[in-house]
Design a protein around this ligand. Sequence first.
Ligand code: GLY
Length: 452
Amino acid sequence: MKVLVYGSGGRDHCLADSYGDSQHVDKVYICPGNPGVLFTPKGKRGLIEVVRITDFNELADFCIEKGVDLVDVGSENPLEEGLIDVLAEKGIHAIGPRKEYVKIESDRAFTDDLLREIGVPKPEYAVFDSPDDAIKYVRNIGYQVVVKANGLAAGKGAIVCDDVPDAEQAIQRIMVDKVFGDSGNRVVIEERKYGEEISFFAYLDGKHVMPLKMFARDYKPAFDPDDTESIELFGGNPNTGGTGCYCPHRLVTPWLINRIIKEIVNPFVNAVYNKLGWDYRGVLYFGLNLDPYNNLDVFEINVRHGDPEWEVIARKLSTDLFEIGMAVQEQKLDTIKQVWNKQYYVDVIAMEGRSRASRGWNKGYPGRYGKGHKIEGLDEIERGIAIYFAGVDEDPEKGLVTYGGRVLHVVAGAPTLEEAREKAYRNIQKIKFVDHNNNNANCMRYRKGIGL
Ligand code: GLY
């Protein structure tokens, strides 16, 4: 069987890797992928091949020509641009929602209103199209809020605020400075909740739902809480798409999984199938919070796997991913048996840190970051560690170089969380991003507290 994964980030590389492990699959294409994939064992032996086709119709023709049996679309942007619709029109099996259904992620207010209507718990919120009205609201309520861009923002669109001036500044940045472009024309202002975040996933086939009986913990803030120097430099601790992850989450119990399915997943999926009448086939990502009083709340729902959550959940899942993918297509999710191995997994993301720019300094991800730094040390990584590439490129002289803010994932597994952490950190320390403008210093940065 042949699979094509559409995407270029760490999650997409990980999806391609898992399909490559399937007993049914002898070829995985990744489009547009990234050059890092070719530096991995599966890339070197041609099991995973990078293809670069930007036009969706051409991609569909490629799938027909090569006899691709299944396409898995990893990220939200191609879904919103209608990739699934184009593939479906040409009779190609693909996992992911149609363009219309991406609204769940690309229109926060729509989903929040739906959740409120069906009685699924979520924090208090209000929606604004005008910055003046939004500012009046935060001054009036006085309590701490999270200001969210209503549209897609690569997982970075939520600004967590400590006080009213903070919230006013967030409204200014999203609605007036347009840091997330048109996604910030509308904002959702949500009561700030305390507790522990949970990333929970479910597969849907248009008829059944298969909630994954496992969940992960993402680390969204850019810096460790004790990294006061960086927090001061950035004027706060901004949210990122995720800086690392671990699984199983320390709160995983059959009791909590059952509660999540009963209180959140089932009512929402029921609304998707029966209230909206949607034939949704793909993944739903539930970003949840468990507060100190044991109340669950929905922070967000997305139409794709989480990144970096998928990189740890996929390692723990022993069920053949191709079988799940085909079950989504054939509406047979009820026949899938979930098998989870006994390991703990920790993903630490190597990011672009502070580097020398042509004038002055780059602050590093999630601020302005440098590119083209040679990546060294990959050949010293121990066997059994998974490296998933994200923001990388290939340079004719330097080989693999950095290209994005989140550059690569180091994922380690072990029988205990402590050992998995130790292994991930021991290996990430072997990697260096060479800052050629700064005496070849290492400009790689990573959070130290993943899994703590
Ligand atoms: N890790 C957060 C996200 O994928 O949106």
